[in-house]
Design a protein around this ligand. Structure first.
Ligand SMILES: NC(=O)c1ccc[n+]([C@@H]2O[C@H](COP(=O)([O-])OP(=O)(O)OC[C@H]3O[C@@H](n4cnc5c(N)ncnc54)[C@H](O)[C@@H]3O)[C@@H](O)[C@H]2O)c1
Ligand SMILES: [Zn+2]
Length: 689
């Protein structure tokens, strides 16, 4: 093992010297969580036992600070820790009589809360509390789980770590495992930690720094040992050669919308594709067929990636996909039926999360982009575990019944039930042209706020970068992508739509909105001015609409298109023939597409804005001067002018247009197609007739 593969210590003594005990615990946690080789996202927990003043009695008491339920040690803050009175936690041991009381004991943890802390304690709390050392780390390091998931894991633990690590066979975490772990630590002062079979490791020490150092040292020791002792090549070597990078992408592009359409019946899914080297090594290997069905080992991996992945061949036909997905669902139902208890929650979505495609890579699907991406990361962890274990021994997955007991654990079900209701557009994917402009970005914000993933497509790189950064910060980086493109260029449009499908798995909502206004009296309208309007507003809407339509049709889940036309699409206006004509063409194109799209559930509707000055780039340029001049007013009187001109005497803002976009994008308008909705504060010339 080269030193570059070793996880380096990031501990900074000068920084640490400024921190109190809770601060040191947080510092250590964030350092540990910053490296995926140490623990997977959201996995593991850390703790410290700290003397604190009781807020009521003012007495000094010992308090366990331990990462609470949910959150990630890499990014958590102090409020992510649960705090519990150590004496009360210890007293739970006397209440506990049998394994049947495990769930009840989790409720009892609430009674141990110190200082009214609202962070719920996790099921791992007792594992930390009962270890008689001030500092305890629990992480899911791939290198250690590889040893923990080997058939002869106990023997390997001794071999790799000598006498410094204990071993406990797989058991679901809770008070019982906590008691066993605490006892083992007390009886073996020579131990610096314990390997938990099929799960991960616990390490402990008297100081925060020693604990951090020990955790790293143990992981590095395991990794170095695996590296030195593994059979080569990994996974028995290559069975099939990988396709070239663009061919891999082309397969993902074809399969993602088709799989997505088939598995989104009960819940909309977003996809994630990766062809990282470790994924390709596994999916192309001789051992794929043997290892993949065994499922993952660490319960964290398993909860994120489902009981097992589905292997799909890169040239699977539509009929083959139907069959594979149906078979997987049947297999999942059979697993549920085999393992269920009388009081088990109802069966959940029977579709796979992970799709392994030999020669191509891996696609994952989940209810949102971040969850799909994280599921892929977890499966990479699982691949690392399988590589490690199968390299030195035989890999074993979690026993099926144990996996089921975790997946359908009543407390887990209660957690799911407490989750807020899914947002209107959860799992939906939107593509917005002119997404960096005024109305486009207001629409993006509205759709993102309702849970959609959004691809912004625009010709203006600087505005696009700003918009992507702004929305990434507000709604999560996973949910936003920006694609530079010109709606008049067929190849740009095709590429941007492909990039969207590859980024998220498909498209459900298309907002045709990119626009310009170049206006002149008819006798001054040059052919160039005419062509510019027509090419962006009419031809551009056609190209984008057509590509979106093709993709939606392949997905087979219907979809909603919204064309942002204009009052001028309905009402003729002087001095802007080219613009008005192009806008009228958009409306008619929308109607024609509504007609053709209806049988496949593709709806097409139009929103007609008027005089939306705020945020609009159109209203910053020449158009503004022209409109002011033609109305014989100053430019800064325009907003007021348009307000007074409207029937309702109100200004129209980008958010008002975005509201109509949301309505047409969502199921709230599921019975509407071929319509137009004016959002113009009332204007008799554009009444529909
Ligand atoms: N603002 C209004 O008063 C108003 C009124 C009626 C209709 N509209 C329509 O609303 C839509 C959005 O307008 P806005 O007010 O937000 O303007 P905006 O200028 O703020 O936004 C338009 C966006 O489209 C982009 N764009 C321009 N040409 C493009 C091309 N060839 N390819 C890709 N992107 C391109 C621009 O870079 C810009 O980001 C336009 O179709 C416009 O005609 C606006
Ligand atoms: Zn764990």
């Amino acid at each position: 093992m080269t030193s570059s593969n070793l996880i380096p210590s990031l501990w900074d003594n000068s920084k640490a010297s400024t921190l109190d005990e809770p601060g040191l615990l947080l510092y250590r946690s964030n350092l540990l969580g910053s490296d995926l080789r140490i623990t997977n996202y959201g996995g593991g927990n850390t703790s410290a036992k700290v003397a604190m003043t009781d807020p009521l009695t003012k007495q000094s008491v010992e308090v366990l600070w331990v990462k609470g339920s949910g959150g990630d040690i890499g990014s958590m803050e102090l409020d992510g820790f649960a705090t519990l009175y150590m004496d009360k936690l210890a007293a739970l041991k006397d209440l506990y009589k049998s394994r049947g009381q495990e769930d009840e004991m989790v409720h009892n943890l609430n009674h141990c809360t110190f200082n009214l802390n609202s962070r719920a304690a996790s099921i791992d709390t007792c594992l930390h509390g009962y270890v008689p050392y001030a500092h305890v780390d629990h992480v899911h390091a791939d290198a250690v789980i590889a040893i923990a998931a080997a058939k002869d894991s106990e023997r390997l633990t001794k071999k790799v770590f000598g006498g410094e690590m204990g071993y406990l066979p797989w058991q679901r975490p809770g008070i019982d495992l906590g008691i066993k772990l605490g006892r083992m630590a007390a009886e073996h002062p020579e131990y610096v930690g314990v390997v938990l079979g099929s799960h991960g490791l616990f390490t402990w020490a008297k100081t925060a720094k020693d604990c951090y150092d020990t955790t790293l040292r143990i992981i590095n020791k395991a990794a170095a040992w695996l590296e030195a002792n593994a059979k080569k090549p990994a996974f028995g070597g290559e069975a099939v050669a990988g396709l070239k990078a663009d061919a891999r992408e082309a397969v993902a592009l074809r399969l993602m919308p088709e799989i997505r359409g088939r598995i989104s019946k009960s819940e909309m899914k977003v996809g994630h594709f990766t062809d990282a080297p470790e994924v390709l090594e596994f999916v192309n290997s001789r051992m794929l067929g043997e290892l993949a069905p065994l499922g993952t080992s660490c319960p964290d991996h398993f909860l994120r990636t489902k009981i097992r992945p589905l292997i799909v061949s890169h040239d699977a036909s539509a009929a083959a996909l139907d069959q594979l997905i149906a078979d997987y669902g049947d297999g999942y139902s059979a697993y549920y039926e085999r393992c269920k208890h009388v009081n088990s929650p109802k069966m959940r979505d029977p579709n796979a999360v992970i799709y392994l495609i030999p020669q191509v890579g891996m696609i994952s699907f989940a209810k949102d982009k971040a969850t799909a991406r994280v599921a892929a990361e977890f499966y990479v962890n699982a691949i690392n575990v399988m590589r490690g274990a199968s390299g030195v021994s035989t890999y074993v997955g979690l026993p099926e019944q144990e996996a089921f007991n975790i997946e359908y654990w009543l407390l887990e079900e209660a957690k799911l039930r407490r989750m807020p209701k899914a947002k209107d557009l959860a799992g939906r994917i939107a593509f917005i042209t002119g997404g960096a402009g005024g109305i486009g970005s207001a629409s993006a914000a509205r759709l993102l706020g309702e849970g959609a993933c959004v691809a912004l497509a625009d010709i203006d790189q600087a505005s696009l970068d700003d918009a992507v950064a702004k929305f990434g910060a507000a709604f999560g980086k996973d949910n936003v992508r920006g694609f530079l493109m010109d709606v008049t260029q067929e190849n740009h449009v095709i590429k941007a739509m492909d990039d969207t499908a590859l980024a998220f798995g498909g498209v459900d909502i298309l907002v045709n909105n990119a626009g310009i206004t170049l206006a002149a009296n008819i006798e001054d309208t040059t052919l160039d001015l005419w062509n510019k309007n027509i090419s962006i507003l009419a031809t551009g809407y056609f190209l984008v609409g057509r590509e979106g339509y093709r993709l939606m049709k392949r997905q087979g889940m219907g979809g909603s298109m919204i064309f942002i036309a204009s009052k001028n699409a309905i009402a003729a206006s002087p001095g802007a023939s080219a613009y008005c004509t192009a806008k009228a063409a958009e409306v008619h194109l929308a109607r024609c597409m509504a007609l053709e799209g209806a049988p496949t559930g593709i709806r097409v509707n139009v929103v007609n804005p008027d005089a939306v000055l705020r945020g609009s780039k159109i209203w910053q340029g020449e158009w503004r001067q022209q409109r002011a001049a033609s109305n014989k007013i100053a430019e800064d009187e325009l907003e007021e002018h348009y307000r007074k001109r409207s029937l309702l005497q109100r200004s129209v803002f980008p958010e008002d247009i975005a509201e109509a976009v949301f309505f047409f994008a969502s199921e709230r308008s599921s019975k509407s197609t071929g319509n137009f909705l004016n959002v113009d504060a009332g204007n008799a010339v554009s009444f529909s007739r």
